[in-house]
Design a protein around this ligand. Sequence first.
Ligand code: ADP
Ligand code: MG
Length: 234
Amino acid sequence: MSTILKVENVKRTFGTKVLTHALKEVSFEIKKGEFVLIMGKSGSGKSTLLHQMGLLDTPTSGEIYIGDKNVRELNEKQKTVFRLTKLGYIFQEYAILPELTAIENVYLPMMVNTESGNTPKREKAKQMLEMVDLGHRLNHYSNELSGGEQQRVAIARALINSPQILFADEPCANLDTLSTKTVLELLKNLNENVGQTIVMVSHDPDDQKYADHIISLEDGLIVSDKYKVKGELK
Ligand SMILES: Nc1ncnc2c1ncn2[C@@H]1O[C@H](COP(=O)(O)OP(=O)(O)O)[C@@H](O)[C@H]1O
Ligand SMILES: [Mg+2]
Protein backbone atom coordinates (compact mmCIF):
# COMPACT_ATOMS: atom_id res chain seq x y z
CA MET A 1 0.00 0.00 0.00
CA SER A 2 1.14 3.55 -0.67
CA THR A 3 2.24 5.98 2.01
CA ILE A 4 -0.47 8.54 2.67
CA LEU A 5 1.14 10.47 5.51
CA LYS A 6 4.74 10.92 6.51
CA VAL A 7 5.93 12.68 9.65
CA GLU A 8 9.63 13.54 9.58
CA ASN A 9 11.52 14.80 12.66
CA VAL A 10 8.54 16.81 13.84
CA LYS A 11 8.96 18.91 16.98
CA ARG A 12 6.42 21.19 18.62
CA THR A 13 7.44 23.47 21.43
CA PHE A 14 5.02 25.84 23.16
CA GLY A 15 5.79 29.05 25.03
CA THR A 16 8.47 31.72 24.91
CA LYS A 17 10.05 32.03 28.38
CA VAL A 18 9.04 28.68 29.80
CA LEU A 19 9.16 26.09 27.04
CA THR A 20 6.95 23.01 26.88
CA HIS A 21 8.39 20.39 24.57
CA ALA A 22 5.06 18.78 23.69
CA LEU A 23 6.62 16.80 20.82
CA LYS A 24 10.35 16.24 20.99
CA GLU A 25 11.14 14.75 17.62
CA VAL A 26 8.93 12.18 16.02
CA SER A 27 9.07 10.34 12.69
CA PHE A 28 6.78 7.67 11.26
CA GLU A 29 4.70 6.76 8.23
CA ILE A 30 1.10 5.84 7.69
CA LYS A 31 -0.06 3.82 4.72
CA LYS A 32 -3.35 4.15 2.90
CA GLY A 33 -6.08 2.06 4.50
CA GLU A 34 -4.51 1.76 7.95
CA PHE A 35 -6.39 2.15 11.21
CA VAL A 36 -3.76 3.88 13.32
CA LEU A 37 -4.06 4.26 17.07
CA ILE A 38 -1.96 6.83 18.89
CA MET A 39 -1.74 5.81 22.52
CA GLY A 40 -0.31 7.45 25.60
CA LYS A 41 -1.13 8.95 28.95
CA SER A 42 -2.69 12.37 29.36
CA GLY A 43 -0.11 15.04 28.49
CA SER A 44 2.08 12.71 26.41
CA GLY A 45 1.58 14.80 23.27
CA LYS A 46 -1.14 12.86 21.43
CA SER A 47 -3.40 15.79 20.56
CA THR A 48 -0.42 17.94 19.64
CA LEU A 49 0.71 15.24 17.22
CA LEU A 50 -2.77 14.87 15.74
CA HIS A 51 -3.01 18.65 15.26
CA GLN A 52 0.29 18.68 13.32
CA MET A 53 -0.85 15.81 11.08
CA GLY A 54 -4.29 17.33 10.55
CA LEU A 55 -2.92 20.78 9.59
CA LEU A 56 -4.58 22.36 12.61
CA ASP A 57 -1.19 23.59 13.88
CA THR A 58 2.31 24.08 12.46
CA PRO A 59 5.35 22.20 13.78
CA THR A 60 8.25 24.14 15.32
CA SER A 61 10.49 22.09 13.03
CA GLY A 62 10.26 19.02 10.84
CA GLU A 63 8.20 18.09 7.80
CA ILE A 64 4.79 16.57 7.17
CA TYR A 65 3.84 15.05 3.84
CA ILE A 66 0.28 14.15 2.93
CA GLY A 67 0.41 12.08 -0.22
CA ASP A 68 3.31 13.66 -2.11
CA LYS A 69 2.64 17.13 -0.76
CA ASN A 70 4.93 18.75 1.79
CA VAL A 71 2.25 20.69 3.65
CA ARG A 72 4.75 23.41 4.57
CA GLU A 73 4.39 24.58 0.95
CA LEU A 74 0.70 25.38 1.45
CA ASN A 75 -0.28 28.92 2.40
CA GLU A 76 -3.07 29.50 4.96
CA LYS A 77 -5.81 29.63 2.35
CA GLN A 78 -4.58 26.48 0.60
CA LYS A 79 -4.36 24.77 3.99
CA THR A 80 -7.98 25.63 4.73
CA VAL A 81 -9.10 24.22 1.39
CA PHE A 82 -6.94 21.12 1.95
CA ARG A 83 -8.47 20.54 5.41
CA LEU A 84 -11.97 20.99 4.09
CA THR A 85 -11.71 18.83 1.01
CA LYS A 86 -9.13 16.18 1.89
CA LEU A 87 -9.26 15.66 5.66
CA GLY A 88 -11.98 14.80 8.16
CA TYR A 89 -12.05 15.31 11.92
CA ILE A 90 -13.94 14.12 14.93
CA PHE A 91 -13.23 15.30 18.44
CA GLN A 92 -14.16 14.47 22.00
CA GLU A 93 -16.74 17.27 21.92
CA TYR A 94 -19.03 16.37 19.06
CA ALA A 95 -18.95 19.93 17.72
CA ILE A 96 -22.23 19.69 15.91
CA LEU A 97 -24.18 22.91 15.67
CA PRO A 98 -27.29 23.03 17.89
CA GLU A 99 -29.12 25.43 15.53
CA LEU A 100 -29.02 22.89 12.71
CA THR A 101 -30.72 19.52 12.30
CA ALA A 102 -28.67 16.35 11.91
CA ILE A 103 -28.92 16.40 8.13
CA GLU A 104 -28.06 20.12 7.91
CA ASN A 105 -24.98 19.54 10.09
CA VAL A 106 -23.86 16.78 7.75
CA TYR A 107 -24.18 18.71 4.51
CA LEU A 108 -22.63 21.87 5.91
CA PRO A 109 -19.07 21.01 4.75
CA MET A 110 -20.39 20.27 1.25
CA MET A 111 -21.66 23.80 0.89
CA VAL A 112 -18.11 25.10 0.88
CA ASN A 113 -16.68 22.27 -1.19
CA THR A 114 -17.07 22.84 -4.90
CA GLU A 115 -15.36 19.52 -5.65
CA SER A 116 -18.08 17.39 -4.13
CA GLY A 117 -19.78 16.52 -7.42
CA ASN A 118 -23.35 16.61 -8.59
CA THR A 119 -25.10 14.43 -6.04
CA PRO A 120 -27.68 16.71 -4.46
CA LYS A 121 -26.37 17.73 -1.04
CA ARG A 122 -29.38 16.58 0.95
CA GLU A 123 -29.41 13.20 -0.71
CA LYS A 124 -25.71 12.62 -0.03
CA ALA A 125 -26.11 13.78 3.58
CA LYS A 126 -29.04 11.39 4.01
CA GLN A 127 -26.92 8.51 2.70
CA MET A 128 -24.15 9.37 5.15
CA LEU A 129 -26.58 9.45 8.08
CA GLU A 130 -28.04 6.12 6.98
CA MET A 131 -24.51 4.72 6.92
CA VAL A 132 -24.02 5.67 10.58
CA ASP A 133 -27.46 4.18 11.37
CA LEU A 134 -29.21 7.50 11.86
CA GLY A 135 -31.59 7.35 8.92
CA HIS A 136 -34.41 7.78 11.43
CA ARG A 137 -32.94 10.94 12.99
CA LEU A 138 -32.46 13.22 9.96
CA ASN A 139 -34.45 16.16 11.25
CA HIS A 140 -33.53 15.96 14.93
CA TYR A 141 -31.59 18.72 16.68
CA SER A 142 -28.60 17.90 18.88
CA ASN A 143 -30.59 18.30 22.10
CA GLU A 144 -32.87 15.55 20.81
CA LEU A 145 -29.96 13.15 20.22
CA SER A 146 -27.92 11.04 22.66
CA GLY A 147 -24.17 11.59 22.97
CA GLY A 148 -23.47 8.53 20.83
CA GLU A 149 -25.92 9.72 18.18
CA GLN A 150 -24.33 13.19 18.15
CA GLN A 151 -20.90 11.66 17.66
CA ARG A 152 -22.28 9.59 14.77
CA VAL A 153 -23.63 12.81 13.19
CA ALA A 154 -20.12 14.23 13.58
CA ILE A 155 -18.68 11.13 11.88
CA ALA A 156 -21.14 11.43 8.98
CA ARG A 157 -20.17 15.09 8.63
CA ALA A 158 -16.46 14.27 8.75
CA LEU A 159 -16.91 11.75 5.94
CA ILE A 160 -19.16 13.70 3.60
CA ASN A 161 -16.32 15.03 1.45
CA SER A 162 -14.67 11.56 1.28
CA PRO A 163 -11.53 12.56 3.18
CA GLN A 164 -8.20 10.89 2.46
CA ILE A 165 -7.65 10.64 6.21
CA LEU A 166 -10.10 10.72 9.09
CA PHE A 167 -8.60 12.09 12.32
CA ALA A 168 -10.27 11.27 15.63
CA ASP A 169 -9.10 12.71 18.95
CA GLU A 170 -10.51 10.66 21.85
CA PRO A 171 -13.88 10.41 20.06
CA CYS A 172 -15.40 8.28 22.82
CA ALA A 173 -14.10 10.10 25.90
CA ASN A 174 -17.56 11.48 26.68
CA LEU A 175 -19.53 8.36 25.80
CA ASP A 176 -20.89 5.47 27.87
CA THR A 177 -19.60 1.93 27.28
CA LEU A 178 -22.34 0.95 24.85
CA SER A 179 -22.09 4.08 22.66
CA THR A 180 -18.29 3.78 22.72
CA LYS A 181 -18.55 0.28 21.31
CA THR A 182 -21.03 1.42 18.63
CA VAL A 183 -18.80 4.31 17.53
CA LEU A 184 -15.57 2.27 17.50
CA GLU A 185 -17.21 -0.57 15.59
CA LEU A 186 -18.57 1.93 13.10
CA LEU A 187 -15.04 3.29 12.56
CA LYS A 188 -13.68 -0.24 12.25
CA ASN A 189 -16.32 -1.12 9.63
CA LEU A 190 -15.52 2.02 7.65
CA ASN A 191 -11.88 1.06 7.71
CA GLU A 192 -12.50 -2.53 6.65
CA ASN A 193 -15.33 -2.03 4.17
CA VAL A 194 -14.42 1.18 2.37
CA GLY A 195 -10.71 1.28 3.24
CA GLN A 196 -11.04 4.58 5.11
CA THR A 197 -7.66 5.59 6.54
CA ILE A 198 -8.19 6.48 10.22
CA VAL A 199 -5.82 8.05 12.74
CA MET A 200 -7.32 7.87 16.21
CA VAL A 201 -5.95 9.12 19.52
CA SER A 202 -6.87 7.31 22.71
CA HIS A 203 -5.63 6.81 26.24
CA ASP A 204 -7.59 3.56 26.58
CA PRO A 205 -5.42 0.47 25.96
CA ASP A 206 -8.61 -1.52 25.20
CA ASP A 207 -8.93 0.37 21.91
CA GLN A 208 -5.88 -1.45 20.56
CA LYS A 209 -8.15 -4.22 19.39
CA TYR A 210 -9.64 -1.97 16.69
CA ALA A 211 -6.35 -0.76 15.19
CA ASP A 212 -3.73 -2.37 12.98
CA HIS A 213 -0.94 0.17 13.51
CA ILE A 214 -0.23 1.28 17.07
CA ILE A 215 2.04 4.17 17.98
CA SER A 216 2.78 4.84 21.66
CA LEU A 217 3.87 8.22 22.95
CA GLU A 218 5.54 9.02 26.24
CA ASP A 219 6.51 12.52 27.18
CA GLY A 220 6.58 13.76 23.57
CA LEU A 221 8.53 10.82 22.16
CA ILE A 222 7.49 7.67 20.30
CA VAL A 223 8.35 4.73 22.51
CA SER A 224 6.88 2.09 20.21
CA ASP A 225 5.56 1.89 16.64
CA LYS A 226 4.09 -1.51 15.83
CA TYR A 227 1.85 -3.27 13.33
CA LYS A 228 -0.59 -6.00 14.08
CA VAL A 229 0.10 -9.09 12.04
CA LYS A 230 -2.48 -11.87 12.38
CA GLY A 231 -3.65 -10.35 15.64
CA GLU A 232 -0.13 -10.09 17.13
CA LEU A 233 1.80 -6.86 17.58
CA LYS A 234 5.13 -6.83 15.69
N1 ADP B 1 -1.33 25.36 23.13
C1 ADP B 1 -0.52 24.92 24.10
N2 ADP B 1 0.24 25.79 24.82
C2 ADP B 1 1.07 25.34 25.79
N3 ADP B 1 1.24 24.06 26.12
C3 ADP B 1 0.52 23.15 25.44
C4 ADP B 1 -0.40 23.52 24.41
N4 ADP B 1 -0.97 22.40 23.91
C5 ADP B 1 -0.44 21.39 24.61
N5 ADP B 1 0.45 21.81 25.52
C6 ADP B 1 1.23 20.99 26.45
O1 ADP B 1 1.89 19.99 25.70
C7 ADP B 1 1.84 18.74 26.37
C8 ADP B 1 1.14 17.70 25.53
O2 ADP B 1 -0.24 18.05 25.44
P1 ADP B 1 -1.30 17.24 24.56
O3 ADP B 1 -0.75 17.04 23.21
O4 ADP B 1 -2.59 17.94 24.68
O5 ADP B 1 -1.34 15.84 25.33
P2 ADP B 1 -2.40 14.65 25.27
O6 ADP B 1 -3.31 14.88 24.14
O7 ADP B 1 -1.58 13.41 25.11
O8 ADP B 1 -3.10 14.64 26.58
C9 ADP B 1 1.18 19.00 27.71
O9 ADP B 1 2.20 19.25 28.66
C10 ADP B 1 0.36 20.25 27.44
O10 ADP B 1 0.17 20.97 28.61
MG1 MG C 1 -5.41 15.13 24.05
